[in-house]
Design a protein around this ligand. Structure first.
Ligand SMILES: [Zn+2]
Ligand SMILES: [Zn+2]
Length: 264
């Protein structure tokens, strides 16, 4: 079976994606209510009961709000590191079927090899994920996906994971100028967003991608766009100029309101 990858939500409306390969269906992050996630999964032709696992990057609500609702499926495993579990559990009445992984240590689930790696962000132990699956044969070609949202800068190790992925999901959180001019956010919050443990701006992400030589990308998804401090047109204009875009790989912008993907 070919891979099916669908981003279900992005940014402040909640982040989540469905990854299906070799008969396994998993969620990466679960940042909307369980009900909403169930609905979105149904739209993908999948009942929530048929989910095999949920993988969480960090405890922020826009990545974990669905844990409560989805934990009613008692056997459904939720993979997270210890610090993330400790931050989420007090907000829950029941204990979900937690599966603990260690940041930096590879593990397997179904057809997937998963490498959780540390990212600099203002959470307890935030991670990005690198998923690998398939063999080197015609029916199950080897493939990979990197999920890297919510980070203030890109350390070398993270860059290497980004480089290797065939499907890359990375944030383009804000336009630096729009964040600067924003009237709603206090200065302290602006400082946090653009700080070393905040979020990547359009320029940060563009420069990082430009600096990577020999990437394996087939598809690049730009997500976690701020609704107030970013603009799809601006992202489109900027990333249309990305070296290799349209020839070596295709780039898509994830609309923060509808989660629809818009080709650059
Ligand atoms: Zn976050
Ligand atoms: Zn987030």
């Amino acid at each position: 079976m070919d891979v099916n990858f669908k981003i279900l939500g992005s940014s402040s409306s909640g982040n989540a994606a469905l990854l299906q390969a070799e008969g396994a269906s998993v969620l990466i992050d679960a940042g909307m209510s369980g009900k909403k996630l169930e609905l979105l999964l149904n739209e993908e032709g999948l009942s929530a009961e048929a989910l095999d696992a949920v993988f969480l990057t960090h405890e922020h609500n826009d990545h974990s709000a669905g844990v409560r609702g989805l934990s009613k499926f008692g056997r459904l495993p939720f993979f997270a590191n210890q610090d993330t579990i400790q931050a989420i559990q007090p907000k829950l009445q029941k204990r979900p079927n937690w599966k603990v992984f260690e940041t930096g240590k590879q593990f397997s689930f179904g057809p997937f090899k998963i490498h959780p790696f540390s990212v600099p962000h203002d959470a307890y132990d935030p991670v990005g994920f690198y998923f690998e699956w398939g063999k080197d044969d015609l029916f199950n070609p080897h493939s990979s996906l990197a999920w890297v949202t919510d980070l203030g800068y890109v350390p070398t190790l993270v860059k290497e994971r980004i480089r290797q992925a065939k499907i890359l999901v990375v944030e383009a959180n804000h336009c630096a100028k729009m964040l600067e001019d924003d009237q709603k956010r206090p200065w302290s919050l602006k400082q946090r967003i653009r700080g070393r443990h905040g979020h990547l701006s359009n320029d940060n992400t563009f420069e990082m991608l430009e600096s990577i030589e020999g990437s394996c990308w087939e598809k690049v998804f730009l997500m976690h766009l701020s609704k107030d401090c970013n603009d799809i047109q601006k992202v489109q204009d900027k990333f249309a100029g990305l070296k290799g875009q349209g020839s070596r790989f295709s780039t898509f912008i994830v609309d923060p309101s509808s989660a629809k993907t818009i080709p650059v």
